[in-house]
Design a protein around this ligand. Sequence first.
Ligand code: NAD
Length: 298
Amino acid sequence: MNDKEVQQFVILDGKKTSREIEVEIGEETRKLLPVVGRPPHLAAILVGDDTASNTYVKSKFKACKRVGFKDTLATFDTTVSQETILEKVAAFNNDPRLDGYIVQLPLPDHISVEIVTDLIDPKKDVDGFTPANFGKMGLPHPSLLPATPRGIMELMTRYDIETRGKHCVVVGNSHIVGSPVSLLLAGPGKATVTVCHIYTKDLAFHTLQADILIVAVGKPNLIKRDMVKDGVVIVDVGINRIPDSSVQRGYVIKGDVDFENVSDKCSYITPVPGGVGPMTIASLLLNTLDAYKRTHQL
Ligand code: NAD
């Protein structure tokens, strides 16, 4: 195809898909309520006053309300001790009225993410971050999957995007997105997977081979037009705040892919915002519902 010809591409609409999932969760919640006697219950531990973290937690709790879940927020000042956070984690572990909880990241430097994560009861680990759930995912055994990777897989499934036998290139290998999504793609997804990261030499060489390209880096416009092949499926996980004085809040959100110049080469592409973000929240709700059902043997 001539590079200038415009190809039709499909938007992987995470906002619409997540609302469809929420309707399904809401219906199931209403059915289970009389059986269990209470709705699913999600809690969050939020430390400090990071604007993005506050926004994420608010969005998660708004979604809880939409599907009829109960939510509880535990907030702490930035100066809170690690011991206090560990005590809260232990209290949440032992609270039978709670099905799942998240510890919103990042935490202040004096609190160890590893130590806190290690204490979370895997049965309530609805972010799928604990070593137990990560290990089960790799085996693979049934587990609570990390929310963003689960959302990415769910979005592709709902758009009938076949991963089996495809070459998936994942850019970014963090433990919350890149690494787990590559495990899911290579395992249950039956794809051939290449994982790229900051030390990858000649990133474009790899991205050009992708049938499906997942980008989770946090660098706006990292993926440019000449780095992808025609017909590629792109899932852009990146969330970057770009200062913009022309809008009231002073910034706009962009992904890691140069959407304007890349999209017409794609068969499918996620927008940012409105792609992976809402799917992450939908997955958190799905994980909470799964934890609730498991606890009550439903
Ligand atoms: P991270 O900082 O933990 O990891 C970034 C990864 O990118 C690392 O593996 C690093 O090696 C790699 N990287 C950095 N520069 C690179 C380069 N030039 N070329 C190739 N690889 C490079 O980040 P994270 O927590 O995985 O998040 C990544 C992005 O996804 C961020 O923008 C974050 O805000 C966003 N995010 C979005 C959601 C969502 O729900 N939409 C959820 C989680 C994270």
